[in-house]
Write a protein that binds this ligand. Structure first.
Ligand SMILES: [Zn+2]
Length: 258
């Protein structure tokens, strides 16, 4: 079983709808694959969030009637009596829960649209940057080369720090496009892992959000009085949080020096 297989089947697995053989295969893969394990944890967290935020709703009687009629029709005239009541009830429950999940997903989706779109954009930019030739426009480990490179390319001059001494060397920078505007992307390394830092002038209030996990990547984001930062990497959360702390220290030192 491959990673995409797991991602495609994990919902059915969590619903207990997977055949026994598939369940064994999937659990074997999960036991040995940290990235698919994180994907499963992510799906579980989403389910918990949906369950916690949505009121439990009974399907309206009209919907029940329509589902009953649809089930009878699907069963065909000759087969009406062969559709045992427990089976019909199971279909009814399934259809009703699908309707509730659809309504709930829509409600969550509209509430979270703006931040989810940005999260998707950051993730897409990070993944795209990992493709050959896309990582950086200016390849340099020298902050005094990378920072001036942005001059004239952006309407702001991003703070650029090298953390090689702390094990997070600066590798380069590039222009990117996020949240409807050109942004600075700084690339750092940690052993074989790459870290993308996206930043642009802040428009909202300062603060931070909880770490996000998407397809095995961690995303951190926060806003200072001057800049909005997004950090994306497949690095472990604790090392990535340490790195974010270095960025925040560098940013506040630069701010107090201005
Ligand atoms: Zn996997």
């Amino acid at each position: 079983m491959t990673h995409p297989d797991v991602e495609a089947q994990v919902d059915a697995y969590l619903d207990g709808e997977l055949a026994a053989m598939d369940t064994v295969e999937l659990e074997a893969h999960l036991a040995g694959c940290a990235s698919c394990g994180r994907f499963r944890d992510d799906r579980l967290a989403l389910r918990t969030a949906i369950a916690a935020q949505l009121p439990r709703t009974e399907a309206p009687e009209a919907l029940r009637g329509r589902v009953r009629a649809a089930v009878r029709k699907a069963a065909g005239p000759g087969r009406t009596h062969r559709l045992a009541p427990p089976m019909a009830r199971r279909w009814l429950a399934l259809a009703a829960s699908l309707a509730i999940v659809a309504a709930g997903s829509w409600r969550l989706a509209t509430a979270h649209t703006a931040s989810e779109i940005l999260t998707d954009e950051v993730l897409a930019s990070h993944v795209r940057s990992l493709m050959p030739g896309h990582l950086s426009d200016v390849l340099s480990t020298d902050q005094h080369t990378v920072k001036p490179w942005f001059n004239g390319k952006l309407d702001f001059s991003p703070p650029v720090h090298d953390f090689a001494g702390r094990g997070y060397p600066l590798l380069g920078g590039r222009l990117d496009y996020l949240n409807g505007r050109p942004v600075a992307a700084l690339v750092y390394g940690r052993r074989q892992h790459l870290i993308n830092v996206f930043l642009w002038p802040a428009t909202g209030s300062s603060g931070g959000g909880a770490p996000l996990v998407r397809h095995g990547y961690y995303l951190l984001h926060w806003t200072t009085p001057e800049y909005t930062y997004w950090v994306a990497s497949d690095l472990g959360l604790s090392e990535l949080t340490t790195f974010a702390g270095l960025l925040q220290l560098g940013d506040s030192a630069a701010a107090s020096g201005r």
